[in-house]
Ligand binder design. Structure first.
Ligand code: NOJ
Length: 765
């Protein structure tokens, strides 16, 4: 689709600036043609007033229903005037071709320089057709499926006018109290890194009309919010920052991510938005990142709340000097930045750098070539909700399910002649499976578990709610109130269970009990669900517990007593189909936990790759009290990181190494035989961990360094091989740089992080 060229004079201006005759050719932006983009950016910059430059650094939330009259007063009118003056570089939360087009038209046809706006939105795990929450997708350990899921999200939302997603979130999350663990890839740095790269590639593709610019967030440290309480301070040392938090960001930058978002938290006493060390020194200098950094919502203004800036003006000064390029909804830049430049508090060079970065991304997206690139109504109608998107999200949903326990041969379910009781409000819910952060999707659009199960006709199905999880109709912006008293449905649930062969209980968190602002101090089954579970189990112990939740839950009783447990997260639009296919064995589960399931909240933060101590607790010294442990609970989790079963049975042979040592530029190979000792074909995630026995700084007890998701036919054995070289063992050392240190290492290969299948090697420098 072509926009009306004569009305759009920027090409002519650029042509003048370049001294070129064919303006149309010269504004054609291609991601491959970086130097030419840089020249165009410089030319355009030379035409801009200071106010127009600052305008590019300003992002507003959607402020006006474009189908109605233009706003006449209040802040909406002011924002509207700013848009017309070219003082709005970006908008968020405007979606749909009609609205995006109307606003873009103002930017490119009514402003002096006709610079297009970039439209951002939280396309976190889908737009209308919703994929599993990112934590669930991480449980698939399937990078192709994860990339495909991001491609679907990009294609659908780009068809709806959007250009930029505020994803992926790559915050390494060790504390399940923090509600946003649902939005990332869990507790491990390596897994977060490879998934970050896959998601960036999926969103950005070839930067064509079905792609979005990615925004890697939250830079940095946000997930370390103290005690899991959202927005709290993130207290960590430099060693943790570099070895744990930063690598996924680096991986995303290396994968070509066009933008970053900073974060709400302070780190080392400095709010991330005003943090020069993070944004200028590490991201832009050390990593050579050429895209731009957007603040988080209002995070510039919140530096006042942090007690770091005395007012919004000083916050704007600090943010601009620290390298925060675009202001999301604080209005700090638009109100104060020009004055700050005139007063000499922020140099115009810094402004130029920020604006260059922003314009460059707009060129890379092709918005100068065609500002309406994403605004095709026919494409929108033909694309949103496509069948192939549903097939794609179903595929990744099945792959995200983790089988935690399967005794008494309860699973897979028999397809004929069974009486099956389905219990739990979440079984009959078509909104909760969409999870948190799915603001583009409509309520009631997911396939419920009950609907999925009903498609299998051979068994007799009865349903009883048992108890509500939350009261009323939960809303995205409102706190969900948990049902802690109403047990009036228990009797019906118990009676239904009594007359069944198998009971499927769907329990857990409502989709809106996780996500931003949804920290929880108690992590058991919310409300009266634990009581319901125990009462039903008493009536009929043949219980299959299907958990739907956005974070690890504390379920020691269930793990001990209930014979079968399936972790089904919030799986998105096709949730019920995916769960039913796994329960009936039409899909053999292969997911593995991306976060540890603790025994008690008191163990948090809990993660497998913790440091050792002078008094380590692996093998408990029973005769002594003075070792690293709790007096009232085991150190071990209920389920470790990387854990997950299958309907197949995998057996690991001993770890074999090609040599006992290697030196600089050398390598060794590690191999292990994995046998599928069952009659069912299946997939296994073979995981490689190392332990660096001593270093210039203390090292974790184990670190994931590789994995292979491999299909093994029934009865067959596969040899899985990994290579270990200097890169594998590098870390951020006492020299404040990434390097490999000579020393002794252990290596472990197995089906989860608790594996004891080990060998040893030495690295000689
Ligand atoms: C705040 C959240 O922290 C961030 O992740 C999100 O992208 C922005 N709001 C925009 O909605």
């Amino acid at each position: 689709m072509k926009y009306n060229l004569p009305k759009y004079i920027l090409p002519a201006l650029l042509a003048i600036a370049f001294g070129c005759s064919t303006a149309k050719q010269d504004i054609t932006s291609s991601p491959k043609n970086k130097t030419s983009i840089d020249r165009k950016v410089d030319s355009l910059l030379s035409l801009m007033t200071l106010e127009e430059k600052v305008g590019q650094m300003n992002q507003y939330n959607g402020f006006w229903n474009v189908t109605g009259p233009a706003p006449k007063d209040g802040s909406a009118a002011k924002k509207y005037e700013h848009l017309k003056k070219g003082w709005v570089g970006s908008m968020l939360n405007v979606k749909g071709v009609k609205d995006v087009k109307a606003l873009q038209k103002i930017a490119v046809e009514e402003t002096r320089l006709h610079i297009p706006v970039i439209f951002g939105y939280d396309v976190i795990h889908g737009y209308k057709t919703i994929s599993p929450i990112p934590l669930a997708e991480a449980a698939s350990w399937d990078l192709e499926a994860i990339q495909r899921s991001a491609e679907i999200a990009a294609a659908e939302s780009a068809a709806s006018g959007l250009n930029w997603t505020f994803a992926p979130m790559v915050d390494v999350s060790r504390d399940a109290r923090w509600g946003r663990v649902m939005e990332g890839a869990g507790e491990d740095t390596y897994l977060n890194s490879v998934i970050a790269a896959a998601r960036v590639k999926g969103f950005q593709g070839n930067l064509g009309e079905f792609s979005l610019a990615a925004c890697v967030k939250h830079f940095a440290g946000y997930s370390f919010a103290e005690a899991g309480k959202d927005y709290s301070t993130a207290d960590m040392n430099r060693n943790t920052l570099h070895n744990v938090i930063l690598p996924p960001f680096k991986a995303a930058a290396d994968a070509g991510a066009l933008t970053f978002m900073n974060s709400f938290n302070d780190i080392d006493g400095i709010p991330a938005t005003g943090n020069t060390y993070l944004q200028r020194d590490i991201l832009k200098k050390e990593w050579n990142f050429e895209g731009f950094v957007v603040s988080d919502w209002g995070s510039m203004g919140e530096m006042v709340g942090h007690g770091y800036a005395k007012d919004l003006k000083q916050a704007a000064e600090m943010a601009a000097n620290a390298g925060s390029d675009m202001d999301m909804e604080s209005s700090g830049y638009i109100e104060h930045l020009s004055a700050l430049v005139r007063e000499g508090k922020v140099s115009e060079d810094k402004i130029n750098d920020a604006v260059r970065r922003i314009l460059k991304v707009k060129f890379q997206l092709g918005l100068f070539d065609n500002p309406y690139k994403y605004c095709d109504e026919a494409r929108e109608a033909a694309t949103v909700g496509k069948k192939e998107f549903h097939d794609g999200v179903l595929d990744v949903a099945k792959k995200s399910i983790v089988l935690l326990k399967n005794e008494k041969n309860l699973l897979p379910l028999k397809k004929q002649g069974q009486k099956i009781a389905v219990i739990g409000a979440l079984a009959n819910d078509k909104t909760s499976p969409l999870g948190s952060w799915r603001i583009g999707a409509d309520d009631n659009t997911a396939v419920s578990v009950l609907e999925g199960l009903r498609e299998y006709k051979g068994n007799q199905l009865t349903y009883a709610k048992g108890a509500d999880v939350v009261l009323g109709n939960p809303q995205f912006v409102v706190e969900t109130k948990i049902n802690t008293t109403d047990k009036s449905g228990f009797a019906e649930a118990i009676a239904t269970a009594k007359s069944a062969d198998v009971v499927i209980m769907v329990l857990g968190e409502h989709g809106l009990q996780t996500g931003e602002g949804r920290s929880r101090a108690e992590l058991g089954l919310p409300g009266v669900q634990q009581e319901l579970l125990e009462a039903v189990y008493k009536a009929n112990p043949n219980v299959v517990l299907v958990l739907t939740n956005g974070r690890p839950l504390i379920i020691p009783w269930a793990a001990q007593n209930v014979p079968a447990i399936v972790e089904a997260w919030h799986l998105g639009t096709e949730s019920g189909h995916a769960i039913a296919q796994v329960l009936y064995g039409d899909y053999n589960p292969s997911g593995k936990l991306p976060m540890t399931f603790p025994r008690a909240v008191g163990q948090l933060p809990m993660y497998y790759n913790h440091k050792s101590t002078g008094r380590p607790g692996g093998d408990a010294p029973t005769e002594s009290v003075f070792w690293s442990h709790y007096g009232d609970i085991d150190n071990s989790p209920v389920y470790p990181f990387g854990y997950g079963l299958s309907y197949s049975k995998f057996e690991y042979g001993k770890v074999k190494l090609s040599a006992g040592s290697f030196g600089k530029n050398g390598k060794i190979t590690v191999s292990v035989d994995v046998k599928n000792n069952s009659t069912v074909d299946g997939k296994e995630v073979v995981q490689l961990y190392i332990r660096d026995l001593f270093g210039s700084v203390t090292r974790p007890v184990k670190e994931l360094k590789g994995f292979e998701l491999t299909e093994i036919k029934a009865g067959q054995t596969k040899t899985v091989t990994f290579t270990i070289d200097e890169k594998t063992i590098e870390f951020y050392t006492a020299n404040n740089k990434w390097e490999a240190e000579a020393g002794d290492f252990k290596i472990f290969v197995g089906g989860d992080s608790a594996t004891k299948n080990e060998a040893s090697f030495t690295f000689t420098k």
